[in-house]
Design a protein around this ligand. Structure first.
Ligand SMILES: Cc1ncc(COP(=O)(O)O)c(C=O)c1O
Length: 385
């Protein structure tokens, strides 16, 4: 499709090309010095002790759950939002646990509702996964207090939220607040290396386990042996091959250096969207996180409109070659997560209404600011029609 405004576009240029060429020229492509440098720079930016580069965000979540021992006991449960990408729920299943879905706070704050989360805690709850939707912070203070009171570890799905510090949380970065933080560098993310991810933690014990699980449970990497730092290896735990190669790590480092600037451009666009929608004043229509548009990474530009008009508005935008999407179809409604009788496992009224009313709009650093009134104008036209 020849979009006038696509949903998202990566920001790639000379630094990325130079980084990849340099890696190829070096003759070492698999995990090695560039992955280490990427991890060190990522850890430094996010104020964490340990960062491990992995193959993708799903692998990051899988490793996080496995490192915490989730699924070791029959009946283990993981509380998480349904209004998110399916990776967390899938990985919960893959480690042998049951996803327990909690609702979101509101239609303009679609992150996990701490009160609903707390109601769903049982003796089987082994972890909580929170997701910083659009790169806007979940209610972490309340969530951390609930988790601490019940001694349940928190995994932050920070796939939308690289490089976002939160002044209200003492300037800490999203992903660094819970026990383990997970990031994705898929090509639509705020920083990308094609496919890639990062697992971060401040806990030395978890770090050791994450590192081992990433590479078959082996005690050394090929790079260590190539460097002469080791000649053999032991296997201490059964793990995966979720390593990130140096080619992608080189790309990742180039993107990381640009991340603050890329996030700033996204924030400016989110603020412009929020202002346009506020000025429009259309009934039952609001820009998501509109009161706080500049306080997140603006990974997703979402608006809620009346459910009855949503599909027509999207069709009108598509006619004007403006791409839209839906973040997200709720996970608890997917066939794989329904019960044997085909019913959703629980009712989540706010998530369900959100899913019927949300439209995701174009938002990426190179989107011109002038596109925002044009896109909002096209939505206004659709709402009138
Ligand atoms: C919220 C969220 N969690 C997890 C993932 C999974 O990341 P990946 O596609 O890198 O496996 C994504 C991205 O696709 C995501 O948006």
């Amino acid at each position: 499709m020849d979009w006038k405004y696509a949903l998202s576009e990566p920001d790639l240029g000379e630094p990325e090309i130079a980084a990849v060429v340099d890696c190829v020229t070096s003759g070492w492509l698999s995990m090695g010095p560039r992955a280490r440098a990427f991890e060190a720079a990522f850890a430094k930016m996010h104020g964490v002790k340990h960062a491990f580069a992995v193959a993708n965000g799903t692998a990051a979540l899988h490793i996080a759950l496995a490192a915490l021992g989730v699924g070791a006991r029959p009946g283990d449960e993981v509380i998480q939002p349904s209004m998110t990408f399916v990776a967390g729920a899938n990985m919960t299943r893959v480690v042998g646990a049951k996803p327990v879905f909690a609702d979101i706070v509101s239609l303009i704050e679609p992150t996990i509702d701490p009160a609903d989360l707390e109601r769903r805690i049982t003796a089987n709850t082994r972890a909580i996964i929170v997701m910083h939707y659009g790169g806007y912070a979940c209610r972490m203070e309340q969530i951390a207090a609930i988790a601490a009171a019940h001694s349940i570890p928190v995994i932050e799905d920070a796939c939308h939220a690289p490089g976002q510090n939160v002044p209200e949380l003492g300037g800490r970065f999203l992903g660094s607040i819970g026990d383990i933080g997970c990031f994705s560098f898929f090509s639509n993310k705020n920083m990308t290396c094609g496919e890639g991810g990062m697992v971060v933690t401040d806990d030395d014990g978890l770090a050791e386990m994450i590192k081992a699980l990433r590479s078959h449970g082996m005690t050394t990497l090929s790079w260590d042996r190539h460097q002469g730092r080791a000649t053999t290896y032991d296997v201490t735990v059964s793990g995966f091959n979720y390593r990130l190669d140096d080619l992608r790590a080189a790309l990742g480092s180039a993107q990381l250096a640009k991340l603050p600037g890329l996030n700033a451009k996204r924030r400016a666009l989110a603020v412009a969207y929020a202002d346009e929608f506020a000025a429009l004043g259309a009934p039952d229509t609001a820009y998501v996180f509109g009161d706080d548009a500049g306080a997140g990474t603006a990974h997703v530009g979402a608006v809620i409109v009346p459910a009855a008009k949503r599909d027509a508005v999207r069709a009108g935008l598509a006619k004007q070659r403006i791409q839209t999407s839906l973040h997200y179809p709720p996970v608890h409604h997917f066939t794989a997560f329904r019960d044997a009788a085909g019913a959703a496992p629980t009712a989540l009224p706010v998530s369900e209404e959100y899913a019927q009313r949300v439209i995701t709009l174009p938002l990426y650093p190179a989107l011109p600011l002038e596109a925002v009134p044009e896109i909002v104008g096209a939505i206004a036209q659709g709402l009138r029609g």
